[in-house]
Design a protein around this ligand. Structure first.
Ligand SMILES: Cc1ncc(COP(=O)(O)O)c(C=O)c1O
Ligand SMILES: N[C@@H](CCOP(=O)(O)O)C(=O)O
Length: 430
């Protein structure tokens, strides 16, 4: 399988090259040259397949030729060493919990899958590789954890100063070894822009080999398809019209869900659940895509004003607005509504949700008022203890810290403060 650049000014590359490069030379995101639906027999037997078998079928066509079946099975089994439970709240609404991994956010799957691909590909070449990552909260911690101690790989994480939660900051600044954290005076979009600029800077790329571990990278993005299949496996016997409400920021996760649908997964509809960074909500209303300056919210990991993956979503629907609208809706919620969502989940369902999941819940509920014959699954994308202050204040109850969080919370933060691209450049070159 080859991948082409969505800017269409760079050559097609193989999966391995796409993983090692991250972004195409024309600054375009890579996209698969074909997407072959899985056979009906796969969906008919999905209830009897293990998570590993499902994941193998879902991703095999994209990596084939460069990763042997044996290696792919090993990578998948090492990646999926935790659970993805669907918790039913009532007959029409469920939560898909994606926080049972080492850093307690959905990013663990992509980060672990990609680090293992990179380890495999890297062992075939001589040079060290630098993985650059921009984070609004959770990607940084997951990538730090997934790539810690990987030989020949250095990780440089850019995060916006004072705009990630305390736990998130500890997860990305305390591991040391091959992980360096840069605290950027700006927003997530500034971090993401610096990363993209570095990829095009010959003074950097002539000296060091760079790749990205954001969802820009196909090996970080594509494995996010898995958990839509896992949820379907758990629900399909009892529910016909399954709708996913996906808390969205950089739109990698929902785009992976739409890919799963393209592979034939019978998903009735998708909802992009947003905070007040609502560029896509506005686009679906106006057909005018207008990136906006980022607004800081209590669902900080979704504070993205110019989502990288929206272009992949448009490609999936061949840039046909009506087709896109038929598959995707979007709603946005303020911080005060988010707090009300956390409260409602606790009082009505005894369920403690994080602010991102709470927005997914609110969007699901709103959709269901119009379409009551559907079963809505909102993605609980991070554990509530990652947003301790907000959640405890909303429900007026103490939240127990899981062992994964206790392990980092008292460690010493180590970061380098930067405010310009030139500072990033000099760090990379030194
Ligand atoms: C907890 C949480 N929810 C939702 C999102 C948004 O996901 P995406 O950027 O794939 O849209 C993120 C960030 O990735 C996140 O960390
Ligand atoms: N919300 C993300 C932002 C980056 O998204 P990615 O999926 O492109 O890595 C975060 O938590 O950092």
């Amino acid at each position: 399988m080859n991948f082409y650049s969505l800017n269409k000014q760079a050559p097609e590359v193989s999966f391995k090259e796409a993983v090692l490069k991250g972004l195409a030379s024309d600054k375009g995101l890579y996209f698969p040259t074909s997407i072959k639906p899985l056979p009906n027999s796969f969906f008919e037997s999905i209830g009897d397949l293990s998570y590993e078998e499902i994941a193998f079928e879902a991703i095999h066509q994209f990596v084939t030729a460069e990763i042997s079946n044996e290696d792919l099975k090993r990578i998948i089994s090492e990646t999926l060493s935790f659970d993805f439970p669907v918790v039913t709240l009532d007959k029409n609404i469920s939560s898909l919990e994606l926080f049972h991994g080492p850093t307690m956010a959905f990013k663990d799957v992509g980060a672990r899958f990609m680090s293992r691909c990179l380890r495999l590909f890297h062992s075939e070449q001589k040079n060290d590789i630098t993985v650059l990552v921009a984070t609004s909260g959770d990607t940084g911690g997951a990538v730090a954890n997934g790539f810690l101690g990987v030989k020949g790989v250095k990780v440089v994480i850019l995060y916006p100063k004072d705009k990630v939660s305390k736990v998130q900051e500890k997860q990305l600044t305390t591991l040391g070894q091959n992980i360096t954290a840069l605290e950027v005076d700006g927003f997530f979009d500034d971090c993401q822009d610096m990363v993209k600029k570095a990829f095009l800077d010959r003074q950097i790329t002539d000296h060091i080999q760079l790749t990205s571990a954001n969802s820009i990278n196909v090996a970080r993005w594509l494995p996010q398809m898995f958990y839509f299949f896992f949820a379907y496996k758990q629900l399909y016997k009892n529910h016909k019209k399954i709708v996913f409400s996906v808390p969205s920021g950089n739109f990698g996760n929902i785009c992976a869900g739409l890919m799963a649908q393209k592979l034939g997964l019978p998903i009735h509809h998708f909802i992009a659940a947003n905070n007040t960074n609502q560029v896509v909500t506005d686009y679906l209303e106006t057909e005018n895509y207008q990136p906006k300056p980022t607004v800081q919210t209590i669902s900080n990991a979704m504070d993205v004003g110019n989502p990288s993956n929206f272009i992949r979503i448009q490609e999936l629907f061949k840039n046909e607005f009506s087709n896109l609208k038929a598959h995707l809706s979007s709603s946005s919620f303020s911080d005060s509504s988010t707090v009300e969502g956390i409260k409602e989940l606790y009082s009505d369902y005894n369920y403690i949700a994080d602010p991102h999941g709470a927005i997914g819940f609110l969007a699901a509920k709103e959709y269901q008022q119009k379409y009551p014959d559907t079963h809505c699954v909102f993605l609980e994308t991070a554990h509530p203890s990652k947003f301790l202050e907000t959640v405890e204040k909303a429900i007026d109850t103490k939240v127990e810290l899981p062992s994964q969080i206790k392990a980092v919370i008292n460690k010493e933060k180590k970061s380098i403060k930067i405010s310009t691209y030139d500072e990033l450049k000099s760090i990379l070159l030194n």
